[in-house]
Design a protein. Structure first.
Length: 305
């Protein structure tokens, strides 16, 4: 093959490749829930629905972008100063949907940036008239105000705002720490009050129990003394009925009671217990002995015939 033939084959090959590229540039696909934007010599010409699409070869026509048409969202943390001079961070989520793809894409201002600016201005305006506590209780009011502020203006960007969610405001770290400290102090105070009440109840119940025990103890002592007195009375009665003079019987019972007490005390310990009036005790026994000797014997009762 001569040189001219080689050049002819190369030219045919290059032409074939160029043809394939040219044909390939006229075919494109658009994903589901998207819109294809076609420009002609750099100017928007039409929108293309999802699926297989055709256009003139480049550089005549080009696919500028494939814009998502499904529900989208962006989040932002806005700082605002409240009426009571508190700086809060307000997490906001905006859900929106593109309704006009070419208006959205070819707008000189970025729609998301415009939404963020409008939201910031609205929240700042709301915050200046609300306290930090109201930010917690009136978040739905803030959400409604934001939607009202951005919905109409965002139509010029081909965007429809579906929902604005305002999350719980966040205090600065030092404020949250102080708030937690106050709550902990309140809990400690409540615990102290509860403990004091419990101690008071315990003390009162213990006092009532001691009073009741003392009352029962006093009643027991009184019954015991009644029993002792009745027993002594019975002993004296039996002695006098046996012919012993009343005074002697009393002295005998008293002395016997004293000796019983001393014997009981000595039985329960290792000490020998005596009284300081031992001589008087001995004298009393002697007097009692003489009295018993001097007492007349009882007269026997005559038996019936």
């Amino acid at each position: 093959m001569d040189l001219s033939s080689v050049f002819q084959v190369a030219a045919l090959g290059a032409g074939a490749i160029g043809g394939i590229i040219l044909v390939g540039s006229t075919i494109f696909t658009v994903p589901e829930k998207h819109k294809g934007l076609i420009t002609t010599f750099g100017k928007f010409s039409r929108e293309v629905d999802p699926g297989l699409g055709f256009k003139l070869p480049w550089p005549i026509q080009a696919v500028a972008d494939k814009v998502p048409m499904n529900l989208q969202q962006f989040q932002d943390d806005l700082k605002t100063r409240t009426k009571d001079d508190m700086i809060l961070t307000l997490p906001i989520t905006v859900q929106y949907q593109v309704e006009n793809a070419h208006q959205y894409y070819f707008n000189a201002d970025k729609p998301e940036e415009q939404m963020a600016k409008i939201i910031a201005a609205t929240v700042k305006d709301q915050g200046s008239s609300m306290t930090s506590e109201e930010f917690f209780t009136q978040r739905s009011q803030i959400s409604d105000a934001v939607i009202t502020a951005i919905s109409e203006e965002m139509k010029d960007y081909g965007v429809a705002v579906k929902r604005v969610m305002v999350d719980q405001p966040k205090f600065p770290a030092e404020v949250e720490a102080a708030y937690a400290s106050v709550k902990a102090s309140e809990k400690n105070k409540l615990a102290a009050v509860n403990n004091a009440e419990a101690a008071k109840i315990t003390t009162v119940k213990e006092a009532e129990a001691r009073a009741e025990a003392a009352e029962l103890y006093g009643k027991g002592i009184a019954k015991q003394r009644d029993a002792v007195v009745n027993g002594l009375h019975e002993q004296i009665k039996k002695l006098t009925e046996g012919g012993i003079h009343h005074d002697a019987a009393v002295a005998m019972v008293v002395t016997a009671s004293q000796q019983d007490t001393l014997r009981e005390m000595g039985h329960k310990g290792n000490l020998i217990i005596t009284t300081g009036d031992a001589s008087e005790q001995i004298a009393a026994f002697q007097t009692l002995r003489h009295t018993l000797k001097a007492s007349p014997a009882p007269t026997p009762t005559p038996m019936a015939a």
